[in-house]
Ligand binder design. Structure first.
Ligand code: PAF
Length: 279
């Protein structure tokens, strides 16, 4: 695996600056790689000859007071995992390389997507994500890019960005990888204490119950959501939302046949966990 910390270095290696573009699949990450990331790297190999991973903890998508500073940075271990996964190139720029001056232009998601769910609780987050992903797309010029479904709203923001701005990139969503007890793998799981880790699969169990209720025909969505919020609160969690939404646009479903997704975000101690299940 070749490691690049400059845009020019990556571009020269990929020969995009000379127009001899190989078929590139890009997997953007913020590092602290787990099996969910590695599954995306493996999946990427099915789409392209050249797999490029990126590791960049993107300050733009963190709000003041969030975990930018303490976000786990495990570069050596990540490199070993990427080599074992057969990744061809790793782009791991410094902040100065990505943002040599304060970022002036941004990609701003539309209000209906940005002002709901995580966008409501983390204002500016998806603007930061969309902006850095657009920059990574311009830098690596992939034909395919892969993102995990665990960050369901992020995946939708990126799909919409690519559609609205006519980017010639296929966006592929990778299935969420879970621990044996159901907890969705996430870099932030490392913040959990032993006691919190034992509690954490409750979120997945709750989503599973709601998804089953929906599959058996329940459509009292507000009741299902309200009960789930109350259950999390009484178990000592601080839920931001439990929401049943249309998979198409993440809005409350307009008709009872709409394909659905159940999404939740809740704080357990000081760790904010998110998860979702397609119904
Ligand atoms: O999902 C992530 O790790 C990040 O949000 C991403 C897509 C790499 C952008 O910084």
């Amino acid at each position: 695996m070749l490691i690049h910390d400059t845009i020019a270095g990556l571009r020269a290696a990929l020969k995009v600056s000379r127009g001899g573009t190989p078929a590139i699949a890009l997997v953007p990450t913020m590092g602290n790689l787990h099996e969910g990331h590695i599954a995306l790297m493996t999946q990427a190999r099915g789409y392209a000859d050249t797999v490029v991973a990126t590791i960049f903890v993107n300050r733009l998508q963190f709000r003041p007071g969030e975990d930018f500073e303490k976000y786990p940075r495990t570069f050596q271990a990540d490199c070993e995992k990427l080599v074992a996964a057969g990744v061809d190139h790793l782009f791991a720029p410094t902040e100065a390389e990505m943002y040599p001056r304060p970022q002036g232009f941004h990609v701003v998601p539309p209000a209906e997507l940005d002002g709901t769910l995580d966008g409501e609780f983390r204002p500016g987050h998806f603007k930061g994500v969309a902006t850095v992903v657009m920059k990574l797309f311009q830098i690596a010029q992939p034909q395919v890019a892969l993102f995990g479904k665990k960050d369901y709203q992020q995946l939708m923001v990126i799909r919409n960005m690519v559609d609205d701005l006519n980017l010639p990139i296929e966006i592929v969503g990778g299935e969420t990888v879970r621990a044996a007890d159901g907890l969705a793998l996430s870099s932030r799981n490392g913040y959990l204490s032993t006691a919190e880790r034992a509690q954490a699969p409750r979120l997945y169990r709750l989503l599973t119950r709601i998804a089953e209720a929906l599959r058996t025909g329940r459509r009292d969505l507000a009741t299902l959501e309200g009960n789930a919020m109350a259950e999390l609160s009484s178990a000592g969690w601080a839920p931001d939302y439990v929401a049943i939404r249309s998979r198409r646009d993440l809005q409350p479903p307009a008709d009872s046949d709409a394909p659905l997704v159940v999404l939740a975000a809740a704080r357990l101690g000081s760790t904010r966990l998110i998860d979702n299940l397609e119904v």
